[in-house]
Design a protein around this ligand. Structure first.
Ligand code: G
Ligand code: MN
Length: 221
């Protein structure tokens, strides 16, 4: 679970639930290594188990007086699965969690797939869950989807911050432009990959409302 922090108030607002694989020797295998090895059925199962665990945690935190939201990465093919909305509805009902406390993160590249239809997206929106465009700026640009899908949140990809030391002015200008666009569209903007105090401050000064990154908090069990 990695915190997503309100940069203005400093409050924890949401966590992104992330998957890790632990080997018998205790070593952690990152998702970039093992996810490509899984087929669609495995990915779907992993998502559904992850969703169950995440909603379980949410309810547990509620009891401790910590009312936050949770965000999950939706596997690419899951959107086209006709059972997707039913699974989500059943899981939310089972845990008695209000749908607007669940954000599903969709990849820019996922949305470029012509097989993804607006009715797939609509089925999720009808449920009342929130949608986030994940890794914005990492893939092919999907500005058209940005216009036509009512995302709640835009997540600026961490790769955009990688060159901040070599090209600070250009990097900051890029972030500022995305933050501005998010505001104009009425979307919440999360800047990902905030690794130190300087980038956290920069994101805040550029008007980004939310941040995520090792400098705020690392993913934790
Ligand atoms: O694709 P997505 O944005 O969902 O991926 C989030 C991944 O980024 C997680 O696996 C998480 O561990 C990693 N991550 C989170 N914060 C940082 C950060 O500040 N720097 C880097 N390099 N990676 C991060
Ligand atoms: Mn994500």
């Amino acid at each position: 679970m990695q915190p997503i922090v309100d940069l203005q108030s400093g409050h924890l607002t949401k966590v992104e639930a992330l998957v890790r694989l632990q080997q018998s020797n205790g070593q952690i295998v990152p998702p970039a290594v093992f996810l490509p090895l899984l087929g669609d059925d495995d990915l779907n199962l992993l998502f559904r188990q992850g969703l169950d665990i995440a909603l379980d945690h949410l309810v547990c935190w509620d009891r401790q007086g910590l009312a936050i939201e949770v965000s999950l990465n939706l596997p690419p093919r899951m959107l086209q699965d006709s059972h997707c909305a039913q699974w989500l509805a059943a899981a939310l009902q089972h845990h008695r969690v209000a749908p607007q406390r669940l954000t599903l993160e969709l990849l820019e590249t996922q949305l470029l797939d012509p097989a993804v239809k607006h009715r797939d997206i609509d089925a999720l929106l009808k449920l009342g869950v929130k949608l986030a465009m994940d890794d914005l700026g990492s893939g092919y640009s999907s500005l058209q989807r940005l216009l036509t899908i009512p995302f709640d949140t835009l997540k600026v990809d961490q790769s955009l911050l990688i060159h901040i030391r070599e090209h600070p002015a250009q990097t900051l200008s890029l972030i500022r432009a995305i933050v501005q666009m998010g505001h104009d569209f009425g979307r919440a903007v999360v800047v990902e990959g905030l690794e130190d105090a300087a980038t956290i401050e920069a994101a805040m000064l550029l008007g980004a409302r939310y941040g995520q990154g090792y400098g705020l908090a690392e993913p934790m069990p």
